[in-house]
Ligand binder design. Sequence first.
Ligand code: HEM
Ligand SMILES: *[C@@H]1O[C@H](CO)[C@@H](O)[C@H](O)[C@H]1NC(C)=O
Ligand SMILES: *[C@@H]1O[C@H](CO)[C@@H](O)[C@H](O)[C@H]1NC(C)=O
Length: 317
Amino acid sequence: MSQCQPVDAGLSRSATFLVFSILPTDSSIQSVRSVLSNVPDIAKNISIRDVNANLTCVVGIGSQVWDRLVRLPRPAELHPFPEVRGAKQTAVSTPGDILFHIRSERRDMCFELERQLMDQLGGNVRLEDQTVGFRYFDARDLLGFVDGTANPVGTAAISDAVIIPESDNGGDATAVGGSYVVIQKYLHNLKAWKALSTEQQEAIIGRTKSDNIELDDADDGQQQAHKTLATIEDAAGNEHDVLRDNMPFGSPSTGQFGTYFIAYSRKLWVVEKMMERMFIGHPPGLHDRILDFSTPVTGSTFFVPSLNTLTALGDDD
Ligand code: HEM
Ligand SMILES: *[C@@H]1O[C@H](CO)[C@@H](O)[C@H](O)[C@H]1NC(C)=O
Ligand SMILES: *[C@@H]1O[C@H](CO)[C@@H](O)[C@H](O)[C@H]1NC(C)=O
């Protein structure tokens, strides 16, 4: 089994999310290829300065640049993030060739990894977005709810939800040991959210606020809570999990409050189905009411190749 990148590192105290486009010249593509193959080594060199800080970095590669950058068959489901136009909000699709998801217990370790990456990437990339997330008390988002509870727990369950297995890969050999990852940066209207009662907020999320207990689903045909809209069952009644590592970000003095959504999955269609149910609604018209208070300003899809595929990127140059 090919080793995977550290997608299962879990929620940390600090995280940095970096999305770049690569300049389209052959020399830029070649330089970036070589930097990416070094990322596990760069991360290791910094992480040994304090192993307890659990520094990790996951690299994702976008659909548009895949063929030129990776030069291996494209993972079967990989395509750009599809815009989802709902009545209330649109899930926008924004550019991004590479994603770095940096996590650590220490903010300075995330900073150092970002610094060394930038030294090496130089002028070969254009920054699309940089977001610094932090843990807010007991892993709450800035809406005040504990975020991440329904994630799969334990190595086997995480791997089952996230990592593309050797078996049943349908000839999708480059994808084995890899994962799809979808990101969206949301800004919250906290003033409007705080004008709701706690009961109204709980009905929107589908969990109680203080002790994080799951509430019953609404009746069929009624407006469903976020946790219900984001639960995906196939025709056979099997539930399909994803792994979310959302982080709060923002700055009270500038009035910016947000959630950086990030979900890993071995099946891209599962995350896309969640988006449709949230933005279009289920039934259509009854969208996720989180979207009455939150606006996505980015949306991109990447593939996270196995560690072997990543480190082999620099081989031929
Ligand atoms: C403003 C953005 C968002 C916020 C603040 C948010 C917050 C939350 C919270 C508080 C929960 C309940 C606790 C938990 O199980 O983690 C939750 C559950 C969940 N969310 Fe989100 N979420 C956001 C966007 C999304 C998006 C865009 C998706 C997928 C496309 C998504 C997928 C899920 C899933 C799968 C669950 C677990 C459902 C279950 O099985 O109970 N969320 N979210
Ligand atoms: C990691 O550190 C070693 C020893 O200092 C050095 O030789 C190597 O070039 C470093 N690798 C990276 C990718 O920075
Ligand atoms: C760091 O990672 C190890 C191994 O995965 C884990 O047992 C430990 O709890 C993590 N430390 C922190 C502070 O999260």
